[in-house]
Design a protein around this ligand. Structure first.
Ligand SMILES: CC(C)(COP(=O)(O)OP(=O)(O)OC[C@H]1O[C@@H](n2cnc3c(N)ncnc32)[C@H](O)[C@@H]1OP(=O)(O)O)[C@@H](O)C(=O)NCCC(=O)NCCS
Length: 410
């Protein structure tokens, strides 16, 4: 029987669709969590693969706004809950769902889709490229002294309850997210997951929340950290895990880092995700003790509307390049484009001018947020320089001084 690909029809079907997705991730959710997801995912953004009456494949997308190099934002589809039942794997169902979903994103005039991937072999074929790497630190608190005094703030930090956090964190997050490319909007209902009763992928469970208020007199911004403490070992060896930490500026960032490294009875602090340009190492008296235990890919970018995507971001140097894009999955981004821009503005248009660089759409996604260097991709035969010198220019042009980061777990 042919598998039908369509959206989920109603709330009752949403439940069986969601339960199917949960089963493939091995993470059954409570009724309350299901209600949160229902609030976050409009039915017309779902994808169901249906065999007869049975749902055998799932996908969906959240409507987000993503921060760009330069501080602007752009609408993106945050692809999520992608599963195919083990009974129906490797028959092309994922391929069909991806095609259906990208057409849907295009029809909504969302120029970009983003996701994070359970396995890095899956999504390149659908035009997604790795746009953001994060680092995970593990630090022995005995060797975590800083080499310089932390800048002072007059406003004390406050440990607050999760109920208070619901009221306070969203506006702090919103202020912080605009300073880093790759950060996503988190709608009201999102925080019910982040601060929920049960521990899930989004957060929740037993959490401590520390808030640093803005110090108006000193002109410093706010920040917060969400963390857990595992206290099932002798005191002094407890493990503190930082789930999220946002800071509006480097002063409050240093204060929060110091706070987290100084919690009594804790022996090890693990930061689950920090951007690659996190200054922690440079604060430490023993820089090597800021141990990076993992560098991983998180945000993958799939450009669908090249003109809109490339005109929306800013570029650190004034230049222009002609790029020829091959988009083998659906052809949405195929074409030759002239992109011109600099720190104050940019434009992109189809062109017939001689080409400088050839690349697939996944590579454009990879360089979009300014982290991956075109030269690295060309060294791995993922990009071709046609005009001599174009790669070096592209490194400078597509780069960005602030490392991308994404802390929304979707
Ligand atoms: C990943 C998953 C969705 C793939 O579904 P599927 O229907 O079996 O995939 P398809 O048959 O449409 O495969 C399409 C292509 O992707 C490849 N592919 C699919 N899953 C892959 C994987 N895990 N690793 C490498 N390649 C994979 C297939 O070989 C096929 O390649 P081809 O086009 O060159 O022939 C499914 O295995 C699954 O649900 N896994 C568990 C949940 C999960 O990890 N989801 C992804 C969340 S980010």
């Amino acid at each position: 029987m042919k598998i039908a690909i369509r959206t989920v029809r109603d709330d009752a079907e949403f439940e069986s669709w969601h339960r199917g997705s949960e089963a493939m991730f091995g993470a059954p959710e409570s009724d309350a969590e299901l209600a949160v997801e229902r609030a976050l995912v409009p039915l017309d953004r779902t994808v169901a693969a249906v065999d007869g009456e049975r749902i055998v494949g799932t996908a969906a997308s959240y409507p987000f706004e993503m921060t760009l190099p330069g501080g602007g934002t752009i609408p993106v589809a945050g692809v999520t809950m992608v599963t195919v039942s083990s009974t129906h794997r490797r028959r092309g169902i994922l391929r069909e769902m991806m095609s259906f979903q990208l057409d849907d994103v295009v029809s909504r005039s969302e120029p970009i889709a983003v996701l994070n991937s359970s396995e890095s072999s899956i999504y390149g074929r659908f035009g997604y490229g790795i746009a953001e790497l994060y680092q995970e630190y593990r630090i022995d608190t005995q060797r975590a002294a800083f080499g310089r005094p932390v800048p002072e703030r007059r406003v004390p930090m406050r440990l607050i309850t999760k109920a208070e956090a619901h009221k306070e964190l969203p506006s702090i997050y919103d202020r912080c997210r605009l300073s880093k490319p790759g950060m996503l909007t988190q709608p009201e209902a999102w925080w019910a997951g982040v601060l929920g009763e049960r521990q899930t992928w989004k957060g929740g469970g037993s959490l401590y929340v520390v808030v640093a208020d803005a110090d108006e007199a000193a002109g410093t911004g706010p920040g917060y950290a969400l963390y857990r403490i595992a206290s099932d070992t002798p005191s002094g060896t407890w493990k503190l895990t930082v789930i999220d930490m946002q800071a509006a500026d480097s002063v409050v960032e240093a204060q929060l880092l110091r706070f987290l490294l100084d919690v009594d009875l804790v022996g090890t602090v693990r930061f689950e995700s920090r951007p690659l340009d996190c200054p922690l190492r440079w604060w430490m008296r023993e820089p090597r003790e800021a141990r990076v235990v993992h560098v991983g890919d998180f945000l993958w970018v799939r450009v669908l509307d090249v003109v809109r995507a490339l005109s929306a971001r800013r570029y650190p140097v004034q230049d222009e390049l002609v790029i020829d894009i091959e988009d083998p999955f659906g052809g949405h981004g195929s074409g030759r484009y002239l992109v011109s821009g600099g720190p104050d503005g940019a434009s992109c248009e189809p062109t017939h001018r001689p080409v400088d660089l050839l690349m697939d759409i996944a590579e454009l996604g990879g360089i979009y947020l300014g982290q991956t260097r075109p030269t690295s991709l060309a060294s791995a035969q993922r990009m071709i320089e046609v005009t001599p010198g174009a790669l070096a220019r592209a490194d400078a042009f597509f780069g960005w001084p602030v490392a991308p980061w994404c802390t929304t777990r979707f």
